[in-house]
Design a protein around this ligand. Structure first.
Ligand SMILES: [Zn+2]
Length: 427
């Protein structure tokens, strides 16, 4: 019995030991398996984390390339600080590569040259789009158009040639400063080596009935893409929208392709004349004036500026050798009443017929806030006179390309590469 008990006791002890062993082993195994699992899991997590980090870095790199491209476009448009600010705008992606890009721009800016050469201003009228109409047998003034107008083809040929010569569109405010007392002084302009400023203006920008049938645009509109586009009657008599029927869409599209042709978004000036309508709209009809204002606002966003080209654009007591103070006052009052509400204030006056008023008449424009008086003169340079600047402009039209070909070729472009052979013989 004792023996049996002993045996039982022994086997119980064995069983307990065995169970303990089994338990221990399985617990150990359990822990072993658990930790193995966990390790695998961790590895997976690590792999996932690495993968996620790689993906994140890829996304950051994509963003970097994007910003560098955008910054380069800004630099070509002379927006240097803006480009640097853009590169530094996202600390998440700012690394040595970005730092290096910033440094490249800073080095480029350090190399800019103070511009000290001539200041040229060119001007145009509305473009001849269909020479067969403008110069055709039914044209109201084929000879006048041949003298004072530029064809769309010529204008399109000029832009790349002007750019090749280093010209860059600027604003008057890039060249001059006017203080609160109305004193005007030159402003320093730094440009990349070889670049030179170009002011551009377009006179009248109104479309009289007769011209709508003679191959000129009929009006400007804001198109479906929120761009300012011309509407023109084609030779078949059908009105069409066209990006090449006026100076404005042509320049807008050209600058989009060549940002280096526009200094910080500058385009040109529209010299508005009351009696011709505003871009094809009658300023005295409220709904048309409202449309004209919308178009003016959009053009301003696109870099264009609006200036006065007088209300009447008439000779006699207004703008001629016989101008009177009463005449120019009356004209200016009309301009302020009907046109300024549409285009806003401006300190630029483009004299009709390029006439340079004298004495108290010239002073009147300065007193009315027109600091910049623009006439026509192919050789002179801008001159500060009292609290004003008398600025010459040069017409790049049929007359000048014929009569002053060598000068134009020397200063602007090779006339032979621009001149439209569809023009009638110049007489
Ligand atoms: Zn004019």
């Amino acid at each position: 019995m004792r023996k049996k008990t002993k045996r039982i006791k022994r086997s119980v002890a064995w069983m307990i030991a065995l169970s303990l062993l089994v338990i221990t082993t399985s617990v150990g195994g359990f822990f072993f398996i658990m930790s193995e699992l966990e390790r695998n899991n961790n590895n997976n997590n690590n792999n996932n984390n690495n993968q996620a980090e790689i993906e994140k870095e890829k996304a950051r790199e994509v963003k970097r390339v994007e910003l560098i491209n955008e910054a380069n476009i800004l630099v070509s448009g002379y927006y240097y600080q803006e480009a640097i600010d853009l590169l530094k705008s996202n600390s998440d992606i700012y690394n040595d590569k970005m730092k290096n890009e910033v440094k490249k721009i800073e080095d480029f800016v350090a190399e800019l040259k103070l511009y000290t050469g001539r200041t040229e201003q060119v001007f145009f009228h509305s473009l001849i789009v269909y020479p067969e109409l403008a110069f055709g047998p039914n044209s109201s003034q084929a000879q006048g158009y041949n003298y004072w107008m530029t064809t769309e083809l010529e204008f399109q040929r000029m832009l790349p040639l002007l750019m090749e010569r280093g010209y860059v569109l600027v604003r008057i405010s890039d060249l001059y400063e006017v203080d609160a007392q109305g004193n005007v002084s030159g402003k320093e302009l730094y440009l990349p080596d070889g670049k030179r400023p170009l002011l551009m203006s377009v006179d009248n920008v109104g479309y009289p009935e007769v011209r709508k049938k003679e191959g000129f645009a009929s009006r400007l509109i804001i198109d479906a893409n929120n761009e300012v586009t011309a509407v023109i009657r084609n030779p078949q008599g059908v009105e069409i929208e066209s990006r090449t029927a006026e100076v404005f869409p042509i320049v807008d599209d050209f600058v989009k392709e060549h940002p280096e042709f526009s200094y910080r978004g500058a385009k040109g000036m529209l010299g508005i004349t009351g009696s011709w309508g505003v871009m094809g709209y009658d300023p005295k009809i409220a709904s048309e004036a409202a449309t004209a204002k919308e178009i003016a606002d959009r053009l301003k966003e696109l870099g264009w500026e609006f200036v006065s080209h007088s209300y009447t654009h008439a000779d006699g007591k207004y703008f001629s050798e016989d101008s009177t103070l009463e005449g120019v006052k009356e004209d200016t009052e009309l301009f302020k009443k009907w046109i300024v509400p549409i285009i806003g204030d401006s300190n630029v006056f483009i004299a009709p017929f390029g006439i340079t008023l004298k004495g108290e008449l010239y002073q009147y424009f300065i007193d009315e806030g027109y600091t910049f008086y623009l006439n026509v003169d192919r050789r002179s340079q801008p001159k500060i006179i009292g609290k004003s600047v008398l600025m010459p402009r040069i017409n790049l039209d049929g007359f000048v390309m014929n009569k002053d070909k060598a000068y134009i070729t020397e200063h602007f472009f090779d006339v032979d590469k621009v001149y439209d052979s569809r023009r009638p013989v110049f007489q």
